[in-house]
Design a protein around this ligand. Structure first.
Ligand SMILES: [Zn+2]
Length: 332
């Protein structure tokens, strides 16, 4: 057995120093001044659900000041305390955006689409990354067969529009919740939106106009493609829908915005009402019901607004839920 004595260690260090001293000073200074990369790597992550392959594709994240009314039924100091309990900065609201693509073996299915290409420049690259990351993950948007939309907020539908204001998924059937379609089609419903969401009202018309309004309306409770079933989860918006992706003995709940905004806050405190939820009391009921189900069934959640790759398990803890991130894996 080799004995690593102090003398050998120092001799080794000296030898290493000699090697380092060998190259010309130019090389040495180049090593010292390696430029900072200054950017993140492509954001996608892949895992299996039974025979299905799920690719998580981030659209990025952004941070804004925490408004006083971010949680409408909890004072800001309580919200800040909850942020600090999660080792998050107080007085800041950081939002992540995390669509997924499911390859069922017979269909390539995108679920939600991010904030849209235009947001990339506007945010200096912080968000609007979805389509670039999709490409980085080796997924051709022309090969997508189906796009399933959870609800009509801009951070979920704007990525339906591609370059030159053309459909981003030209060969895909776009499936939208029937209730959601009806709600946003009637502009008098603007009065039912929270003030903060009112500017969203004309946006679905713009986005679906680009598609020539060619959509398939679906109902909750129905299997949309083999292995992907719509689950009613209203409150965030009237037609808000989540999706169970199931293959073999495995399943995951692609929850969309059952917890939205800084989603971790509303998992810990499901009774807290998010300013952006349309029917806040209903959103609380939906959260409690579906998180209770996920905890009981030990079903993984794929959460649109959790930090990338946004895969968590939940267990009951006090009046809320403790989140346990699913571990990273080097293979799928
Ligand atoms: Zn959202």
């Amino acid at each position: 057995m080799m004995q690593l004595t102090r003398r050998k260690l120092f001799a080794g260090a000296a030898a290493a120093g000699a090697v380092l001293a060998g190259p010309s000073p130019i090389v040495l200074s180049a090593r010292a001044a390696a430029p900072a990369a200054g950017k993140q790597n492509a954001g996608w992550y892949r895992y299996k659900v039974g025979d299905f392959e799920v690719t998580v594709v981030t659209d990025g994240m952004n941070t804004n000041p925490l408004s006083d009314s971010y949680v409408v039924n909890a004072p800001k100091p309580d919200v800040n305390a909850a942020l600090e309990a999660d080792f998050l900065a107080k007085d800041k609201a950081t939002h992540s955006y995390t669509p997924v693509v499911v390859n069922t073996g017979s269909k390539l299915v995108a679920i939600d689409t991010g904030l849209g290409l235009g947001m990339f420049d506007q945010s200096k690259g912080a968000v609007g990354q979805y389509h670039a990351n999709l490409q980085a993950a080796g997924i051709d948007r022309n090969a997508v067969d189906v796009v399933i939309i959870s609800h009509f907020h801009g951070d979920h539908i704007n990525g339906l529009v591609g370059p030159e204001n053309k459909p981003a998924f030209p060969n895909a059937e776009v499936m939208v919740p029937e209730v959601e379609w009806a709600f946003w089609a009637d502009e008098s419903n603007v009065s039912k939106l929270p003030d903060i969401a009112e500017p969203q009202m004309p946006n679905p018309k713009r986005v679906f106009g680009v598609l020539g309004n060619k959509v398939t309306k679906y109902q909750a409770g129905k299997e949309l493609v083999p292995g992907i079933t719509a689950i009613a989860s209203p409150g965030h918006t009237p037609g808000h829908t989540s999706h169970v992706v199931a293959s073999g003995n495995s399943k995951v709940l692609v929850q969309a915005d059952i917890t939205a905004g800084m989603a971790t806050l509303f998992a810990r405190h499901p009774e807290w009402q998010f300013v952006f939820d349309t029917d806040r009391a209903q959103a609380v009921q939906t959260r409690l019901k579906l998180y209770d189900m996920a905890a009981t069934e030990k079903m993984m959640l794929q959460g649109y607004h959790f930090a990338f790759p946004a895969m968590v398990y939940v267990e009951k803890s006090g009046t809320g839920f403790r989140l346990v991130p699913a571990p990273w894996s080097s293979s799928i």
